[in-house]
Design a protein around this ligand. Structure first.
Ligand code: MG
Length: 350
């Protein structure tokens, strides 16, 4: 087992081990005084793993209830959260009880938000089952839900008590979802670790997935511990995400996945950086080749105008400028604030 300790307000561990899902009850027992545990999961993940989590918790003597919502990004709304509150209250969950977030990013975000807000905050543990959630969203304590005006506009910072990553769960994922997570994996190499990037180029990541997850989680841990509330360094994790989000938005969050949009976003911003004389020449070609190796798109037919407009209308864009994450070279990143009116010029390349 590999263990990574996260030193946030309340420190916690991230354990990576095949089969760890069957021991989740022991972790809840060790870390909390809970009597009751509510498993929150979606209809896809429930079929594969709910019974294993349930079994482990019942073996430890917990009273367990599960709450299953319809899988899919469309479920990420306040109605689904409201239904979660009903289950928690009807089951008699108190402040010492625990929520288990079992699933991908949508589940982690929403179950985490329910935990952050129910009774002004109760404990939760994360069992992320998609590569994207394992290397990214389950670490860092961001929870949230979409509202009609935008994605993740409502949420809270709420750290889990423990994160249990079982790499075996990736075997039940459709190939598309593994690729989706690979975009974030490549991102970590781009922003922080040239050797890791080279390793992804030279080896087949899928064969060393446990190590890959460990490296990504360690990088994210380091960044998040230094900047828990996203005021500085944490912004680097948004590499490829400004234009990625624009593309997702242009497609109304259907037709392109988050990872795919981020892959295109990384290529475009690296190319813009090269054009501006900021990024080392050849960087974008290396990102293109690596994304293609892992089955990710590197181009899109959305126009630069549409992408810039979508970025400008982003609810999270503060004021008259936008923070772009740029690379000096692979493994070396920084943020640059540019006026919004210069964005189109900046990103346009031929
Ligand atoms: Mg992301």
């Amino acid at each position: 087992m590999k263990t990574i300790n996260v030193q946030t307000g309340i420190p916690y561990n991230i354990h990576i081990e095949k089969g760890i899902i069957d021991k989740c009850g022991q972790y809840v027992r060790e870390l909390t005084k809970a009597e009751r545990v509510t498993i929150i999961t979606d209809s896809n993940v429930a079929v594969h793993y709910k019974w294993r989590v349930l079994n482990s918790l019942e073996q430890e003597g917990f009273k367990v209830k599960s709450h299953i919502f319809q899988a899919g990004e469309e479920s990420k709304n306040l109605n689904t959260i409201s239904e979660m509150y009903n289950t928690l209250a009807d089951f008699g969950m108190t402040r010492k009880d625990v929520i288990v977030a079992l699933g991908g990013g949508v589940t982690g975000d929403m179950a985490g938000f329910a935990a952050a807000s129910y009774l002004r905050g109760i404990d939760f543990i994360q069992i992320p089952t998609s590569l994207l959630a394992q290397v990214d969203s389950s670490v860092g304590g961001k929870t949230g839900v979409d509202i009609p005006q935008g994605k993740n506009l409502v949420g809270a910072f709420h750290q889990p008590r423990v994160v249990l990553i079982d790499p075996d769960t990736l075997q039940t994922l459709p190939d598309l979802y593994v690729r989706d997570g690979m975009a974030e994996v490549i991102k970590y190499g781009c922003i922080k670790d040239a050797d890791f990037f080279a390793k992804l180029e030279n080896e087949n990541a899928i064969e060393h997935i446990e190590e890959i997850i460990e490296t990504c989680v360690s990088i994210k841990r380091d960044v998040v511990s230094r900047d828990e509330r996203e005021s500085g360094e944490r912004m680097l994790l948004n590499f490829g995400h400004t234009l990625g989000h624009s593309i997702e938005k242009l497609y109304n969050y259907t037709g392109i996945s988050h990872g795919m949009a981020v892959a295109v976003g990384m290529v475009l911003i690296a190319r813009a950086g090269e054009k501006e004389g900021i990024t080392e020449k050849g960087t974008s070609d290396r990102i293109v080749n690596l994304c293609m190796k892992y089955g990710l798109p590197v181009t899109d037919d959305a126009s630069f105008e549409d992408m810039a407009n979508a970025a400008r209308s982003d609810k999270k864009t503060a004021g008259k400028s936008i923070n772009l994450v740029l690379l000096n070279k692979i493994g070396d990143s920084f943020t640059k604030k540019i006026p919004l009116e210069n964005l189109l010029d900046f990103i346009t390349t031929d």
